[in-house]
Design a binder for this molecule. Structure first.
Ligand SMILES: *Cc1c(COP(=O)(O)O)cnc(C)c1O
Length: 386
């Protein structure tokens, strides 16, 4: 039989990161010593008390059954408590918070809840690929909003054509931003809420890096903006905040009708998060704030070493206030894929080509600060030979 995949699947680009992985493995097999600044995955372990909470919960047979689709009430209450302390507003644990199997899961499912055929999602570029790809999988059309350096990597909402606005149902925003590490001013969030209200568009605000901030900066949420709860939801993740990428836990919160629609999609697809992981999530959210301060300090030191080192070699990079990424303009006139291949093959340094995040990422590469400072220094020595 000839196996034929759905047209939507054919429309998805090949996942560049899988190809980079293959190139990395091959280089390692050939005996190359690589310094990997490619992956956005914390290199330090999950805190011990979270692991202990998992042990304890895993031993309790009550946690072995199917979990509630809506997540444990205790977890939702803990999220509400964390949110109130961090952002100063109250969310209802009953209907404004829905735990997710990692925030990517919710981001990938929300288009299925709101897009009819050929409806549009407004998607930034460069960006986390799930916004665009999930839109396509759901039968929708992504409309690309370029994130340009001259606009501080904020999209120009006023530049979206009227004909597109008529069919637009979702607007994806992500600040602190992956991959550019840009942050968002309050004024832009206000503008986005007004824009969404005017055109009847749902805002999906991705806050995966809300706690990875430096130099006294605290990233803003969108829900505290007046009127935002009428039009917006936020996606939060424990992955980057508590070194829990493999655990798969996050949440969506905000407008209760939007949250309910995501819950309906999920109830038809998955059967909740393993309860022991939810218990570990509760323990994570109770973590002493000192943990986040220390983690941010660690990434800040790494950022300073990398940014100062690159600047010293004439690269065009600036230190940013958040995320563990450095978004660097490529110092040569080559494509980002060729340049990253060259770094991998000839310098033993892995970075991610900007084009992997969309065509407006071309001309850049992304370094992830997921190696110790000694390794980053060594990477700089290797980059001096570029
Ligand atoms: C890592 C990341 C996520 C996904 O986080 P999970 O909760 O692990 O699914 C979402 N958005 C952005 C921008 C990310 O970088």
């Amino acid at each position: 039989m000839q196996i034929k995949v759905a047209d939507t699947l054919k429309k998805l680009p090949p996942y560049l990161f899988v190809e980079i992985d293959r190139a990395k493995r091959k280089a390692r097999q050939e005996g190359k010593d690589l310094i990997d600044l490619g992956i956005g995955d914390p290199d330090t372990p999950t805190p011990g008390h979270i692991i202990e909470a998992l042990y304890a919960a895993a031993k309790d047979p009550r946690n072995h059954r199917y979990a509630l689709d809506a997540g444990m009430l205790e977890l939702r209450e803990e999220i509400a408590c964390w949110y109130k302390e961090r952002f100063g507003i109250s969310l209802s644990a009953a209907d404004e918070i829905l735990p997710l199997i990692g925030s990517k899961e919710g981001i990938a499912h929300i288009p299925f809840a709101f897009l009819n055929k050929n409806d549009v999602s407004l998607v930034p570029d460069p960006a986390y690929p799930a916004y665009r790809n999930a839109t396509i999988l759901a039968g929708g059309k992504p409309h690309i909003m370029p994130l340009l350096e001259k606009n501080a990597f904020l999209p120009e909402l006023g530049a979206v054509p009227k004909t597109v606005l008529k069919r637009a149902k979702l607007l994806f925003l992500n600040y602190p931003n992956n991959p550019t590490s840009a942050v968002v001013p309050q004024a832009f969030l206000k503008e986005a809420v007004a824009f969404a209200k005017k055109h009847g568009i749902i805002i999906c605000f991705d806050l995966a890096y809300s706690e990875m901030c430096f130099d006294g900066y605290a990233a803003p949420a969108i829900l505290p903006i007046r009127g935002a709860k009428d039009v917006a939801v936020e996606f939060h993740s424990l992955s980057k905040t508590y070194n829990m990428t493999g655990w798969r836990i996050g949440w969506v919160c905000g407008n209760k009708e939007i949250v309910a629609a995501v819950a309906k999609i999920k109830s038809n697809i998955d059967s909740g998060i393993f309860q022991a992981i939810q218990c570990a999530g509760i323990a994570a959210l109770k973590t002493d704030n000192a943990f986040i301060r220390n983690m941010s300090q660690m990434y800040k030191e790494r950022r300073d070493v990398l940014v100062e080192g690159l600047q010293g070699m004439g690269w065009n990079v600036v230190p940013t206030k958040a995320t563990f990424y450095v978004w660097a303009k490529i110092p040569q006139k080559t494509s980002s894929i060729d340049f990253c291949n060259h770094l991998l093959q000839d310098n033993g340094v892995v970075a991610t080509p900007g084009v992997g995040f969309g065509k407006y990422g071309e001309g850049y590469l992304r370094f992830a600060l997921t190696q110790k400072t000694e390794k980053i220094r060594e990477a700089l020595q290797r980059l001096a030979r570029v």
